[in-house]
Design a protein around this ligand. Structure first.
Ligand code: GLP
Length: 245
C-alpha cells in the first residue's frame, strides 16, 4: 500500500487526477468508477481535461436496488452528471438497479466484469470501512451481490434524499473479490469522519469486519488522503512538495 497525504481535498484530488491521466496515457482501457462526494473533484478535473475516453470502457462499483436509471439519485444519474455527459466512454456499465431478477442481474454484471477486466479501480470508503457497498461482514470471496445496507450507510446517504424513507435499503455491488481483481486500485478518503476507517484499513488487521482492510493484500494500491482523514494514522508519509505540481 502506498499512502499519500495532502493538505486538502483539492490537492489530493489533483494527485488522483494525475494518476488517472497517467494510466490512460499508459494504455489503461477499463476504468472502475465510484460514486459519492469523495470523487467529485477528481471527476471535475477529468471533465475539464483534454483526456479522450471515447475508446475506453467504464464499469461502476454499485447501484441502488429499486431505482431506475432515470431516478435523480441513481448512480447512473450521478455518473451522467459528473462525468459521462462531458466525457463519453465507448461503453459505460453500471448494475441495473431496476432489474428485480436478482440472479439475472448478478450474472449479467459478473459477465461484464469478466469481459472487461478493470485496469484502474477508483474507490471511496464508507465510515464503517465499506468499499463499493460491501458492508462489514461481507465475505471476501464474493463477486457481484445484492447487499443489505447498514443503518450507518443509510444514515450517511440520507442527505441525498428528501426523506429517510426514500433511501434504498439494498444495492447491487461488485463484490470484494471483483474489486481485488482490478490491476491497480486508487482509494480516496477525505475528512475527519473517515479517519477511523482509514486507520483501521491501513494499520488494523485484515478482517471482514472492516472490508477495506483487504486492500492490504493487493499488490498495487495507492491511498490518497487529506490531512483530516489521515489524522489518526501512526505512520504519516507526506507527499514531497516537489511532486505536487
Ligand atoms: C457509498 C458508495 C461508496 C462510497 C461511499 C462513501 O456508500 N457506495 O462507493 O465510497 O458511499 O461516500 P462519500 O464519498 O460520499 O463519503
Amino acid at each position: 500500500m502506498i499512502v499519500k497525504i495532502f493538505d486538502d481535498e483539492r490537492q489530493a484530488s489533483h494527485a488522483a487526477y494525475k494518476i488517472v491521466r497517467q494510466a490512460h496515457e499508459n494504455g489503461a482501457k477499463v476504468f472502475g468508477w465510484a460514486t459519492g462526494a469523495t470523487p467529485e473533484l477528481l471527476y471535475e478535473e477529468l471533465v475539464n481535461s483534454d483526456i479522450d475516453f471515447s475508446d475506453s470502457i467504464s464499469v461502476n462499483l454499485d447501484e441502488y436496488f429499486g431505482l431506475d436509471e432515470q431516478h435523480d439519485q441513481s448512480y447512473h444519474a450521478y455518473m451522467e452528471e459528473h462525468l459521462f455527459d462531458e466525457k463519453p466512454f465507448k461503453a459505460s456499465y453500471l448494475p441495473h438497479g431496476d432489474n428485480m431478477d436478482v440472479d439475472d442481474e448478478i450474472a449479467r454484471y459478473n459477465q461484464i466484469l469478466e469481459d472487461n477486466p478493470v485496469d484502474l479501480q477508483i474507490l471511496g470508503i464508507g465510515r464503517n470501512g465499506h468499499i463499493g457497498f460491501n458492508e462489514p461482514g461481507s465475505n471476501f470471496n464474493t463477486r457481484t451481490q445484492l447487499v443489505d445496507l447498514t443503518e450507518t450507510t443509510i444514515e450517511d446517504n440520507q442527505r441525498f434524499f428528501e426523506d429517510k424513507s426514500e433511501v434504498p435499503t439494498k444495492a447491487y455491488s461488485m463484490g470484494i473479490q471483483s474489486i481485488m481483481e482490478a490491476k491497480a486500485i486508487l482509494l480516496l478518503a477525505f475528512g475527519k469522519g473517515k479517519a477511523e476507517a482509514v486507520k483501521a484499513m491501513i494499520e488494523g488487521p485484515v478482517t471482514e469486519n472492516l472490508p477495506a482492510s483487504i486492500l492490504q493484500k493487493h499488490p498495487r494500491v495507492m491511498i490518497i488522503l487529506d490531512k483530516a482523514a489521515a489524522s489518526l494514522l501512526q505512520t504519516k508519509s507526506t507527499e514531497p512538495e516537489a511532486n505536487r505540481a
